[in-house]
Write a protein that binds this ligand. Sequence first.
Ligand SMILES: Cc1ncc(COP(=O)(O)O)c(C=O)c1O
Length: 378
Amino acid sequence: MQNWNRRDLLRAIGATSLSLGLSSFTSPLLGEIDNTAAPEDIRRLLFNENPYGTSRKAKKMISQNLDRTNRYATFHKYDFLALKKLIAEEEGLQPENILLGHGSFEPLCWLAIHFGINQGEIITPSPTFDVVGNFGRKIGAKIVPVEVDSNFKMNLEEMEGRVSSQTKLLTLCNPNNPTGTSLDTTTLKSFCNQVSEKCPVLIDEAYIHFLPNWKTKSMASLIPEGKNVFIARTFSKIYGMAGLRIGFLMGPAPLIAEMESKFTLGFPGNMPNSLSVAAAMAAIQDKEFVDLSRQRNERGRNQLYTELKNLGIKYLESQANFVYFDVIKFKEFKALMRKNDIVLAGGWPTKSNWARVTIGTEKEMDYFVSKIKDKAWM
Ligand SMILES: Cc1ncc(COP(=O)(O)O)c(C=O)c1O
């Protein structure tokens, strides 16, 4: 009988799922992706996670709170109200401006329901990581995608032109996923000021921490100025806590109260779990970890740019932890990467030949670069 090791076994499982058609799929959020690599070999250059893990301080907080997993995250110094208070202090807001969720995904879906119900019209950029648009479509919202301009920047002029009395929400993502492009802060601020007079504006800032001096580039300061603006943030990216599922939405207090009441019924058990809440409190205060992650990411990006340049591959300068590049034959490229146990994203409908790779560890990037040098896909 053949002597199988764990690796062979996992490959066989992968092959079985392939034959069952379970292995690769098209995600409206990630384009065409492939999920077949054996878990222990896989290079996860797909989800824009922090490849260096979670901050040591956040992990310590988790271990210190392990005895509280029998409790909801309430009546405690590390409970959801304490987290809201801490976020508010950091952002110059009030706790009433904060709505917590399981990742930012959840409050983004809530926004889609809140504004998209009854065929509500929502304007979104394209391509983008469009939780609101994709979820909105499922509940019958009228989604109006506006293609990025020739520099792959969100087309603000065109988006503003589409706003009508029917528009219930306009969404932006800064820096944008998958393009990695970001908008000039002054331009974005004046856009938000102007457009939020006509309809609420959401800015998804999942990747804002990758910008140097990110706080000066966030649109959160528009909230205390009374603007009709929402900001989504997550602990899944630079904070390295994707598996803990915690994020939040900031916005005008009355709308946040309405949404919290509607979607959580004000029940503390509908808040994120006690470990992720405690870890988030430590993570926010661990500025060193955020700075270090930003620096490491920048090094990885530069390493990749050099190689892409050498190979003559067109790419976009990224302001986030992923790079978008033109592979001309995306299907062939994806297949080659898959053969080498690399998973990445790409093939969004309007940019079908572009791929998005997450910046991994130095070792992962060396490996990735060694594989893109294989000309088989070019
Ligand atoms: C722009 C953007 N927003 C939101 C999310 C959702 O992240 P999470 O639900 O993990 O907070 C992602 C995840 O990749 C993202 O790229």
